[in-house]
Design a protein around this ligand. Structure first.
Ligand code: CP
Length: 359
């Protein structure tokens, strides 16, 4: 199995994402991640295993004895949460996932409270965290930083796994995992996710969750993707190039109502105006027709689902919140279970948990 120690940074960074995957794995099966950097690391069998493991953790955690058992699994490990971009869900669900498995945690959520305030580089910060912790869960506005640090740490005297909790406008692999887990759970008694139609709507240009989820959906058979957005915020070419290469059926649209009629799942996203330049370009874009409200709800199939990575602004009207098809609250909680499953897998505890005596 190839390792990051076998390759220079220049060689590694020049590779395609699928080609990089074996270098990032734990080495036992060539897929289970050691470093978790992008969606391309997850194939269908791995996704199914992680969903099963998340179900198992969710079940075991229901009893006091089970919860105490889970807390013993990684009680000897420490995780650092290094979030230099704002976050509620991703930070807290990773924190809760660590707590479920017994990891103790540290955190930096604001450079002003770390030595970055004194001019330390992000790279040196991560090297510093690796001295004290056994895993680094990191969110950064810098695309590629998580990948660079995965290579750096693997080539250091203190290699610890990196888990990408959102990198620039690029990828958000654990969000895509929780989205897949939510879709799998939503359709598990209704014939499964294969052959479904997923509609993405909103700011598809700058939404890193869209890029990661669109890729993971290609791991399922015959999942059609419809991208609904204002022209200025339509899905970027690199996403559609992947779909073209994989022969996935997709279309681009400006008509949400028409797309909702065909949808099994509607994935709404917020306008990502934090990426605007100084002129606030997003404000000039007409987004009126890219919001999900009572009229869209009336058009959605009776067993369809509405999803959103959150936070939302006004993309989903409050009147949808109590509809049984609104999945965004459960989606958020699913993030805790699937992240616990991923962390357990990274540390090689998958079989221990799957085979433990709690039934
Ligand atoms: N979905 C998501 O990444 O939410 P947060 O920004 O709150 O972590």
């Amino acid at each position: 199995m190839p390792r990051l120690t076998d390759i220079t940074w220049d060689e590694f960074s020049a590779m395609g994402l699928e080609e990089k995957t074996p270098y990032l794995s734990r080495g036992d099966d060539g897929m289970t991640p050691y470093h978790t950097l992008f969606a391309q690391q997850f194939d269908r069998p791995l996704l199914e295993r992680l969903c099963e493991l998340a179900n198992r953790i969710r079940f075991i955690n229901k009893s006091r004895e089970g919860a105490m058992y889970l807390k013993s699994v990684l009680a000897h490990k420490r995780a650092m949460l290094y979030f230099s971009q704002p976050s509620s869900r991703t930070f807290l669900s990773h924190l809760a996932a660590c707590q479920i498995l017994g990891l103790t945690t540290g955190s930096v959520r604001d450079a002003a409270t770390s030595s970055e305030f004194k001019g330390e580089s992000n790279e040196d910060s991560v090297r510093t965290f690796s001295s004290y912790f056994d895993m680094i869960i990191m969110r950064s506005p810098r695309q590629g930083l998580a990948e660079k640090m995965a290579w750096e740490l693997s080539n250091s005297s203190r290699p610890v796994p990196i888990l990408n909790a959102g990198s620039g406008k690029d990828q958000h692999p654990t969000q895509a995992l929780l989205d897949i887990y939510t879709l799998v759970r939503s359709f598990e008694t209704k014939g499964g996710l294969d052959g479904r139609t997923v509609v993405f709507c909103g700011d598809l240009l700058r939404g890193r969750t869209v890029r990661s989820l669109s890729y993971l959906l290609t791991r399922f058979d015959g999942v059609r993707q419809i991208f609904v957005a204002p022209r200025e915020l339509q899905v970027p070419d690199d996403v559609t190039a992947v779909l073209d290469a994989k022969g996935v059926e997709y279309s681009l649209s400006g008509n949400l109502k028409a797309a909702v009629k065909e949808a099994d799942a509607v994935y709404m996203t917020r306008i990502q105006d934090e990426w605007d330049g100084t002129k606030g370009e997003s404000a000039a874009i007409d987004t009126t027709h890219f919001k999900f409200g009572a009229e869209e709800l009336a058009l959605l199939k009776s067993d369809g689902v509405i999803m959103h990575p959150l936070p939302r602004r006004d993309e989903i009207a409050l009147c949808c919140d109590h509809d049984p098809r609104a999945m965004y609250w459960r989606q958020m909680r699913n993030g805790m279970w699937i992240r616990a499953a991923l962390i357990a897998a990274v540390f090689g505890c998958e079989r221990t948990i799957m085979e433990c005596g709690y039934r």
